[in-house]
Design a protein. Structure first.
Length: 311
């Protein structure tokens, strides 16, 4: 019995097909089938029930599965520990372009203070690319706007900031705040659905049962949204940190007294041990909240300043 044979069994179970499992393992279907057959011969009973359409675990195979997973998990832990001893420690943090620089500064500082690696590398990518990198384990963690992630991705909140309504030139906005349901007739300028802001805006309107009217063009930067609003092409919704100085913007409310906010989360792949460790480090920080101001990471007992709301 070999670890390779156990790996072949596990991948065939997950794929429900010898051919798909063979592609995952980088071997031919014949080689994988032969590997499983030899293991079945050694153990004296069939591990899989085979049909022309699918393979599935036999009752005997179901009994073996927990032990196989435990053995392979132990192998992965052993390999990871060995690599950690011999390879230079580098922490790779992916982040969406939406993440404010102050947040990145605090997170890099937290990782450095915890001595989690001798080198910290930042990678800025769009949302879909970061999720792919997490799955491939080419980033340890990613800082993302709140969204729906795959079941293999785990996340926890680390930062929150208020959303602001930037009215187009032809609209006079309330000086104090504007409620979401009053914007149903407005048209909005948007960035492409890559960094997460457009997705957040659509989800915000959908959660309120409102139809979002979108301007036909797409801006390639957050400052362009404000310029287009000044040109009367449409209004914009932006997080506080992306507002230009002196911007004509007012706080956006979901309901009276309930601010609309953008939540950023630290995300990691559930099967990636280093990502879990980093995420646990950042989750030990508790948000320090003040009404009307951005929320940032703060170690327990520490008082961090806040981004100033635009007036």
């Amino acid at each position: 019995m070999t670890l390779t044979q156990l790996e072949h069994v596990l991948q065939a179970h997950r794929a429900g097909s010898f051919s798909r499992a063979a592609r995952t393992c980088g071997v031919t279907q014949a080689a994988l089938s032969n590997s499983v057959a030899k293991l079945e011969e050694e153990l004296g009973e069939r591990i899989f029930s085979r049909t022309t359409r699918r393979v599935s675990l036999s009752p005997f195979g179901e009994t073996l599965l927990p032990s196989i997973e435990q053995i392979l998990s132990g192998r992965d832990a052993l390999v990871g520990a060995a690599r950690a001893q011999h390879a230079p420690s580098k922490t790779v943090v992916g982040h969406s372009p939406l993440i404010p620089s102050r947040v990145l500064t605090e997170i890099v500082g937290a990782i450095r203070d915890a001595r989690f690696g001798s080198e910290i590398r930042l990678i800025e990518e769009n949302l879909s690319d970061l999720l792919q990198r997490l799955s491939e384990h080419t980033v340890d963690i990613a800082l993302l706007p709140e969204a729906e992630y795959a079941s293999s991705i785990r996340s926890a909140p680390v930062y929150q900031e208020p959303l602001y309504y930037v009215p187009r030139r032809g609209i006079e906005a309330n000086a104090d705040a504007v409620t979401l349901n009053t914007l149903a007739a407005d048209t909005f300028v948007m960035v492409p659905d890559q960094c997460g802001l457009a997705r957040t805006t659509r989800a915000l309107f959908a959660s309120a049962g409102l139809h979002l009217q979108v301007y036909a063009g797409e801006a390639m930067g957050y400052h362009v949204l404000q310029e287009w609003a000044a040109l009367d092409l449409g209004s914009a919704i932006l997080p506080q940190s992306r507002l230009s100085e002196g911007a004509r913007a007012v706080p956006l409310m979901r309901d009276p007294g309930v601010a609309a906010v953008l939540t950023y989360r630290v995300a990691w792949h559930n099967e990636y041990r280093r990502g879990k460790q980093l995420a646990a480090l950042l989750q030990s920080f508790q948000p320090n909240t003040r009404r009307g101001a951005a929320t940032t990471l703060a170690p327990a007992g520490a008082a961090l300043g806040h981004l100033r709301p635009v007036r």
